[in-house]
Design a protein around this ligand. Structure first.
Ligand code: ADP
Ligand code: MG
Length: 430
């Protein structure tokens, strides 16, 4: 098992603190959210693709984070094999949970809430995380929160930027998703544009494969592009209709393949670094143009990056340049929080949690009763990652839930969230 111990802070909570959990200590009028002091301690599980990750977080603070990556296993196949990914999640999950506790110097007694990625992702991979989270919640009688994977990615930026508050624009780019979203509050999002075909990371990975770099291609492309000439090949920038904030990258991928075929037919040597740099520049030009449009259109003055591709050095540099030119603030998560990780799920769950169960300032958030897993009435197989498309294009992972009504809820709607609207992120990327 290849694991990265990102954080390990000894920070054990006292019993006295535990008993105080749930008291709403303040109401943030800027963002219409409530703060619990101290915040609940959350154990989060992320297993949507090829990383088995478990974290312990409190508010925005990461107490421990373990990521067990399967990259080595999938490398030989040139991409993630879903069935193999699921099996490895199953083998790893309990060890990763144990490691997260060891790193935090905590036990289950210290955990107030369990959170898990509920989708989108590889269905078999998600199932392992969800089934484990349900089992822990049921056995230990802890409440359970399901988190939308992309909401998790967008929440990663809070971890290292303690002062960042919504509203802001989030540019999300991962292996499965590309979107520009308005983060209106900690729990309300609106998608301004998303990809119509390949995601940015997917395009990077596919182009890397055709130029012989192997999997995972994104970081390798980033590296060799530094040695190439971004003007060497004039790939078309696909902007779609005038004013559209959507993306399309599959045509660019075809342009690269056609270019390589032409070079081979003419017996001209292919310079992989030039192809990578020219492809990357075409991608980044489109991203910068669309992000710029979204800032101009909304008047928002803060931009955050999210998702695995947000580690890309050229994307970071060009968006930093854009932010400087437009005189807005820009926030980047560290690479460890860009890639799939449980800490982002724990942080998203925290905001979801307080928006659901802290109903009025100074009122006790009665969450221990509100979502008691022992109330479960539905069978454990009622897992549904709720991949439905809504015409509104809005994600509302929290909703305004009345704690009294959730008292009647069972594990199914706890995990799905009541009234969740999965919108543009509805696609499962298998
Ligand atoms: P997902 O949530 O879709 O599984 P992640 O958020 O973990 O994806 O991101 C993985 C994707 O990010 C992969 O497609 C990978 O190639 C891409 N990626 C990672 N680092 C870079 C980089 N430096 N440049 C470009 N792409 C990158
Ligand atoms: Mg991801």
């Amino acid at each position: 098992m290849k694991s990265i111990n990102a954080v390990g802070i000894k920070n054990r909570k006292s019993k006295q603190e535990t008993s105080r959990i749930g008291n709403v200590s303040s109401y943030d009028t800027d963002t219409a959210t409530y703060n619990l002091n101290p915040p609940p301690t959350i154990l989060a599980i992320e297993s949507s693709c090829d990383e088995t990750s478990v974290s312990i977080t409190r508010g925005r603070e990461v107490i421990s984070l373990i990521i067990s990556s399967q990259i080595d296993i999938h490398e030989q196949f040139g991409g993630v094999v879903p069935e193999i990914a699921s099996r490895h999640h199953l083998e790893q999950i309990n060890f990763v949970v144990d490691e997260a506790f060891a790193k935090a110097n905590m036990t289950w007694d210290d955990i107030d809430v369990i959170a898990v990625t509920k989708g989108p992702g590889l269905i078999g991979a998600l199932l392992i995380g969800i089934a484990s989270a349900k089992a822990y919640a049921l056995a230990l009688n802890k409440p359970l929160i399901g988190v939308h994977h992309i909401v998790g990615h967008m929440s990663a930026v809070y971890i290292e930027h303690a002062d960042l508050k919504p509203p802001f624009i989030s540019f999300v780019a991962s292996g499965g998703h590309t979107a520009i979203a308005l983060v209106k509050s900690y729990t309300e999002y609106e998608i301004l544009g998303s990809t119509r075909d390949d995601a940015v990371g997917e395009a990077y990975d596919k182009v890397a494969r055709v130029i012989g770099l192997g999997y995972p291609g994104g970081p390798k492309m980033d590296k060799i592009a530094k040695k190439g000439n971004p003007q060497a090949i004039d790939f078309k920038r696909i902007m779609l209709e005038q004013g559209s904030l959507d993306f399309s990258f599959s045509g660019l991928k075809t342009q690269v393949i056609n270019h390589l075929n032409q070079m081979r037919q003419k017996h001209i040597d292919i310079v992989a670094a030039d192809v990578a740099a020219s492809f990357q520049e075409a991608v980044v030009d489109v991203i910068v143009a669309k992000v710029k449009m979204s800032i101009q259109r909304t008047g928002y003055n803060k931009l955050a990056l999210a998702g695995g591709v947000a580690s890309n050095s050229r994307i970071r540099a060009r968006l930093q340049q854009l932010a400087d030119e437009m005189d807005i603030q820009i926030f980047f998560p560290s690479p460890i929080y860009c890639t799939d990780n449980a800490a982002m799920i724990g942080v998203a769950a925290y905001y979801d949690w307080i928006s659901r169960y802290a109903t009025k300032p100074a009122e006790t958030a009665r969450y221990s009763n509100a979502t008691n897993i022992a109330d479960m009435t539905k069978p454990a197989n009622a897992i549904n990652t709720n991949h439905q498309t809504s015409p509104t294009g809005k994600i509302n992972p929290a909703g305004a839930t009345n704690p009294d009504s959730t008292a009647k809820s069972n594990i199914e709607n706890v995990i799905m969230g009541d009234g969740l609207d999965m919108d543009a992120y509805a696609r499962i990327n298998l």
